[in-house]
Write a protein that binds this ligand. Structure first.
Ligand code: GDD
Ligand code: GTP
Length: 425
């Protein structure tokens, strides 16, 4: 058998997902009508040999309770459980800590998926490569622009054999534009013995383990409030394990030509929403709203939402449960969350309207389009870096006729005047 692990992180992470992560754990934030990790499960479901999925993170158990209940109904053939780390153990530390649970039932191999990536998850293709090459590990890779690549794990591979020759996590200078998508397939024995030898090396010569200097803070572990000892248990798959795996000759990369995005900043939920909606549209999903003069596909409208027939929606719009969209409103490239209200003739473009927020009549809430190839959600406007997507946190209100442009607005704010290029705290 094969298993799957989804690394969901915890409440100290996802800081860049603010202000949305203030009111919802990032892995459960809705894009294209479903929680982010629902999309991972949807892909895992298509791998016949996988019957069990383990979510590993350090959120409180209660966070995933309802989601697990819903998923049990929706994915009856999968056994899905959540295992909680007592503290952030790092991407490999969590796997190792819960090795008994993963090893149960003796899976020969298992998938590991980062929760915060949006892609088509070509897991069956990875499995095929794994078998064809008799691999120890397969990583999913994608090509991105040279200047964006150093924000990710970079892979140097042999184009012909697909072997991974080098792996460097967030290198300081360019080494490759083939990057780590955060999706792996591991031979069970190999990965645990590799983690074990890393731990052994570390305990024997603790002072000799130098971490790459962390100018790039995102790649470094930032310990919790507690003691320094805790960091000893932190093991990072990327820095501590993958580079070593590349030395074996049985580490391969499957390069996907399909879409891939990271979901880090709150604004990145907008392109992720668009990509998953487009995917649903291509597969003729019944869930999507029927195209019409006022519905430019793809559009998702929750069955409990109330959308006036004269409102024009799409493309790439999701309307959440009980949200209300009034007559003559225009919504494009946006996410409107639960219980939000868009009054008549308001315009919402490239934005996220938070839970229970209100957008007044004739108001304009807008962001700026970014190229599909861009992996960043900030843009330079008048020489200043601003968010390309406008975000209203929970329970915000925008008065009638007010214009909000490229702003991030923390929860419970009232916007009564026009604002642009600001973070409203
Ligand atoms: N359970 C658990 N415990 N999960 C964790 C922990 C932890 O201590 N730390 C991170 N995660 C989860 C995050 O929620 C996320 O899903 C995933 O592991 C990776 O998060 P980061 O460690 O923040 O890495 P990153 O997202 O900056 O970069 C990784 O993903 C990129 C692709 O999106 C790396 O794997 C890069 O190489 C890769 O390109
Ligand atoms: P994920 O998206 O889940 O990976 O979280 P994230 O990368 O958005 O948040 P993370 O907790 O990694 O923090 C993002 C950035 O915030 C880090 O790169 C740090 O610059 C900063 N940061 C977070 N926590 C701390 C902390 O405890 N101390 C300091 N100095 N900076 C922190």
């Amino acid at each position: 058998p094969t298993k799957a692990v989804i690394l969901v992180g915890g409440p100290s992470r996802g800081t860049r997902f603010r202000p949305l992560s203030l009111d919802a754990p990032k892995p459960l934030f809705d894009v294209a009508g479903h929680p982010i990790i629902w999309h991972n499960l949807k892909a895992i479901e298509k791998v016949e040999s996988v019957k069990e999925v383990i979510l590993i993170g350090y959120y409180d158990e209660s966070v995933f309770r309802d989601f697990l209940k819903d998923s049990a109904r929706e994915f009856p053939q999968l056994k899905i459980q959540y295992l909680r780390e007592y503290q952030a153990l790092g991407t490999a530390g969590g796997l190792y800590h819960f090795r008994d649970a993963i090893l149960k039932g003796k899976p020969e191999r298992f998938f590991v998926l980062n929760a915060d990536v949006c892609c088509s998850f070509p897991l069956n293709e990875m499995l095929k490569l794994f078998d064809d090459k008799d691999a120890e590990a397969v990583i999913l890779g994608t090509r991105i622009s040279n200047d964006a690549a150093t924000n990710f794990g970079c892979i140097v591979s042999d184009a012909h054999t697909k072997r991974v020759l080098h792996y460097v996590e967030k290198p300081e200078s360019h080494i490759s534009n083939l990057i780590n998508c955060g999706v792996y397939l591991f031979d069970t024995e190999t990965i645990f013995s590799s983690i074990k030898s890393t731990i052994k090396r570390r305990t024997e010569r603790p002072r000799l383990i130098a971490y790459p200097s962390s100018e790039n803070l995102e790649s470094s572990y930032i310990g919790g409030e507690d003691d320094d000892d805790s960091s000893k248990e932190v093991l990072r798959l990327e820095q501590d394990i993958l580079s070593d795996l590349a030395d074996s000759n049985r580490f391969f990369v499957h390069e996907t030509k399909d879409f891939w995005r990271q979901i880090k900043t709150a604004g990145s939920a907008v392109p992720a929403n668009a990509l998953y909606l487009q995917k649903a549209f291509q597969s003729q999903s019944e869930e999507l709203a029927k195209p019409s003069a006022n519905v430019l596909p793809p559009v998702f409208i929750h069955p409990t939402a109330e959308v006036d027939p004269t409102a024009k929606l799409g493309p790439n719009v999701s309307i959440g449960p009980r949200a209300v969209v009034g007559p003559g409103a225009r919504v494009k490239e946006s996410i409107v969350l639960e219980d939000a209200e868009i009054k008549h003739d308001a315009c919402v473009l490239y934005s996220i309207i938070g839970w229970s927020s209100k957008v007044g009549a004739w108001a304009r809430v807008e962001g700026t389009p970014t190229p599909v190839t861009s992996h960043s959600t900030s843009i330079i406007k008048n020489g200043v870096k601003v968010q390309s997507v406008t975000i209203l946190g929970k329970e915000c209100s925008v008065a009638n006729e007010v214009r909000v442009q490229n702003c991030v607005c923390l929860p419970n704010k009232e916007l009564k005047r026009d604002v642009a290029n600001e973070v409203i705290m």
